[in-house]
Design a protein around this ligand. Structure first.
Ligand code: UDP
Ligand code: GLC
Length: 385
């Protein structure tokens, strides 16, 4: 099947990592069109997936834009829409992986008469998007797409609550290759030594630095934990959240945590780093649409504690495959960190159960088959019209 994938980002967020995995089976016949250059292009090239940066002009629409701003930025997308419409003639299907890709893909689908699939990685609620942006997304998705793939039931529910059509929507979780999460135990031992954290209890946080990802909640919790509990914050501010980064450093200083917290920036060696941790914490303060880091922690056989909202509660069976805490409740998080430290056997059993469950439930092969079936259905239905 010949697919034109579209993604607005040049950076490596979860939606982009997911697209990299989904596009792989189509690499002989697909193109990934990006609306910005960056490390995502490099990853796709490395995986031998055809990629083209379709524009380097910034599309200035923010998640909280109002009507006028949104209309203005939509008109500035016209050259890109025309370019994508042209390219789409060589493909059977347009696959939009982000919001701006939906806007461009919807019009390109109209002009090129190619069916549109929208992979929705976001929870379309007021926590994340302005009313205008929500309306634009559901209107375009309902009017132009043949299929909406939601990355969790929570994402699907929010789409429907925002006016999205239930009939169009299917839930497909992110898929992972379980073998990629196996590494040598001594790699992680080396990492603990390099970090100077041998003998400490390490809580790992793996996420871009952004207020709603809630790194500040982990710092608050850490201050309530015994002194041998340390934290590594893995991830960078991908979308200009420099003020939040400053705030985190200030918080570390104010809470007297300088010896216990390390900022490691964006890293590609997630697996050995996760394996070096005693516990992985997910602390989003707003509902997480899916939460790849949670499944990755499970596949690394590390205990996980996560904020109970959005897709997260579909990923974790409380007390069986991980711990859940109320979003933003740093006291409860601190208690769970302490429990995990005091009961390593219980934590290890949970991590084992999580690993074996996650290897089945989120298996990339199965997910890719599910997607292939859905896309075949779209192409077949289109051929009847
Ligand atoms: N990640 C990474 N390096 C980092 C921090 C994060 O490769 O330094 C990866 C992480 O392993 C996960 C993805 O980025 O696969 C983040 O996806 P998630 O769904 O957790 O959150 P998002 O940022 O997409 O909202
Ligand atoms: C988005 C969401 C994240 C999800 C990822 C992959 O980036 O914020 O929760 O895991 O997409 O679907």
């Amino acid at each position: 099947m010949k697919i034109l994938f579209l993604d607005q980002s040049g950076k490596l967020g979860g939606a982009e990592l997911s697209l990299g995995d989904l596009a792989k089976p189509y690499r002989n016949h697909c193109l990934v069109g990006l609306f910005a250059d960056g490390t995502f292009r490099e990853l796709l090239e490395h995986q031998q997936i055809p990629v083209q940066v379709l524009t380097t002009e910034a599309i200035r629409v923010k998640k909280d834009s109002g009507v006028l701003q949104s209309l203005g930025s939509m008109s500035s997308m016209l050259p890109l829409i025309l370019k994508v419409s042209q390219i789409a003639h060589d493909y059977q299907l347009i696959y939009a992986n982000t919001q701006k890709a939906l806007v461009v893909g919807a019009f390109a689908s109209l002009f090129s008469r190619r069916p549109l699939v929208y992979h929705l990685h976001d929870i379309l609620s007021s926590d994340h998007f302005s009313l205008t942006n929500r309306r634009i997304a559901v209107t375009l998705a309902n009017r132009f797409s043949s299929l909406v793939i939601a990355n969790s039931q929570a994402t699907k529910a929010a789409f429907i609550a925002a006016g999205g059509s239930p009939e169009l929507t299917e839930v497909v979780y992110n898929g992972f290759e379980p073998n990629s999460y196996k590494t040598q135990a001594n790699d992680s031992h080396k990492i603990r030594q390099q970090l100077g954290l041998d003998g400490k209890f390490i809580v790992g946080h793996f996420s871009r630095l952004s207020p709603w990802k809630g790194q500040h909640i982990l710092l608050e919790a850490l201050a309530q934990c015994p002194p041998e509990v340390s934290a590594i914050l893995v991830g960078d501010a991908l979308f200009g959240e420099q003020q939040y980064v400053q705030h985190l450093h200030q918080q570390v200083a104010e809470l007297g945590l300088k010896e216990r917290v390390q900022f490691l920036g964006f890293r590609s060696d997630i697996v050995p780093l996760m394996k070096a941790c005693d516990l992985i914490a997910h602390t989003s303060t707003a509902p997480e649409p899916f939460g790849r880091v949670i499944v990755e922690a499970m596949l690394c056989e590390r205990p996980i504690v996560a904020a109970a909202a959005g897709g997260v509660i579909e990923l974790i069976e409380a007390e069986k495959t991980g711990w859940l805490f109320s979003p933003s409740d740093s006291q409860q998080l601190a208690q769970i960190i302490t429990t995990c430290r005091n009961q390593p056997q219980q934590a290890a059993i949970m991590a084992q159960q999580a690993q074996s469950q996650a290897s089945q439930r989120f298996n990339l092969n199965t997910v890719n088959q599910q997607i292939a079936q859905l896309l075949n259905r779209v192409i077949f239905t289109q051929s009847l019209n």
